[in-house]
Design a protein around this ligand. Structure first.
Ligand SMILES: Cc1cc2nc3c(=O)[nH]c(=O)nc-3n(C[C@H](O)[C@H](O)[C@H](O)COP(=O)(O)OP(=O)(O)OC[C@H]3O[C@@H](n4cnc5c(N)ncnc54)[C@H](O)[C@@H]3O)c2cc1C
Length: 335
């Protein structure tokens, strides 16, 4: 039977946040096919590592999980991951292999495409396969225009990455479609010998500073505007660090040099689509909100109840953001 694969990434031994949405997207692609292919989850890990809880995969209706287990896969490594996946694709010839467009997903999939000379669509908002062609919706010009692409496959496996956070994780209602258990096949991939002499050395894992996290790929953003003043950005950065979030800003804040211009969100800045957007001291001008209105959950902190940002907010806190953020940090157990 034809297969569609979703490569799921692991974070500290657990499935990454994007796993659910990647699986849902692949389920929908499968359902649109005349002969429904098997949607399979792919995990890469070492034989010694315990498997993550797979129940959430199975309850999403995914009955088959392939675990590629090899000692060189104990943590993400470009060469080992690409080598293992290339070997497995050659074995099974799936119709579509997808991954989330995270740093590792982008790194791995582009090299995999080059290695196997397969058609590859990076950074998709949606994916489809029809009549032996890969159809995608993607953005260009920093998210200001949408394009639909069509790549003829000529029987080849298609590769694609899905931008995280665009479709969101499936709700618990959607999740109740599958069984709580399914088939797990553990495979030992053949990995190229040169991996032993890996050119890329793992030295340490270090979280980037919230001012450096790429805004377009950020799952959480804490953004500041004129209302918090220059000093307020110290609070915003500290709170962002607590949440593992990126720092964003309005044009007023970047024009005043409170943060770098690369942090500006809006019509003349970045277009973002995080799961969580915390707007501190931001009025909600159209030029700003056009860059963040696709955020899944918006929290706004502002003392002015008439501020337009509240119309977009799922949760509005009336108050001084410079006082609310330290209180929230305290509640989370951090001073
Ligand atoms: C062509 C053009 C392009 C533009 N492009 C962009 C863009 O890409 N991105 C962008 O952001 N803007 C852009 N702008 C500017 C935009 O129109 C707004 O001026 C800007 O977004 C407002 O920024 P702000 O919300 O920080 O400031 P303000 O609109 O001044 O709002 C500050 C808010 O902070 C609140 N506040 C005050 N004190 C506190 C406190 N202690 N705690 C919490 N809240 C407080 C106030 O009530 C107010 O609502 C553009 C403008 C033009 C003309």
């Amino acid at each position: 039977m034809a297969e569609i694969w979703a490569i799921l990434q692991l974070h500290k031994g657990q499935l990454d946040e994007q796993s659910g949405e990647l699986l849902s997207e692949m389920q929908e692609v499968a359902q649109r096919q005349q002969e429904k292919p098997d949607v399979c989850a792919i995990l890469l890990t070492s034989p010694e590592s315990p498997l993550p809880d797979l129940a959430s995969i199975h309850t999403q209706g995914i009955e088959h999980v392939y675990v590629l287990a090899h000692p060189t896969l104990d943590r993400y490594s470009t060469e080992a991951n690409v080598s293992a996946l290339a070997w497995f694709i050659r074995q099974r010839h799936p119709m579509l292999v997808s991954n989330s467009a995270t740093a590792n997903g982008r790194d791995c999939m582009s090299r995999l495409a080059a290695r196997l000379r397969l058609p590859f669509a990076p950074g998709c908002l949606s994916i489809d396969i029809q009549d032996d062609a890969l159809f995608t919706l993607r953005t260009m010009y920093d998210g200001r225009a949408y394009i639909q692409t069509r790549s003829q496959l000529q029987g080849h496996t298609a590769l694609a990455t899905l931008i995280p956070g665009v479709r969101g994780n499936p709700t618990s209602r959607n999740l109740a479609i599958g069984k709580a258990s399914g088939k797990v096949t553990i495979v030992t991939p053949t990995i190229d010998d040169f991996i032993e002499r890996e050119r890329i050395k793992h030295i340490a894992l270090q979280a980037p500073s919230p001012e450096d996290v790429e805004l377009e790929a950020a799952e959480r953003i804490v953004a500041g505007g004129r209302g918090i003043g220059r000093e307020g950005f110290t609070q915003v950065a500290a709170f962002a660090r607590l949440l593992g979030a990126a720092v964003g800003a309005t044009r007023v804040a970047t024009d005043r040099g409170w943060v770098g211009h690369a942090r500006q969100i809006g019509a003349t800045g970045r277009i973002v689509h995080p799961r969580l957007y915390i707007a501190c001291g931001i009025s909600g001008a159209a030029q700003h909100t056009s860059g963040m209105r696709e955020a899944q959950t918006v929290i706004a902190i502002n003392p002015d109840r008439t501020a337009p940002i509240f119309a977009l907010a799922d949760l509005g806190l009336l108050g001084d953001a410079n006082r609310v953020l330290p209180l929230a940090a305290d509640l989370m157990g951090h001073k």
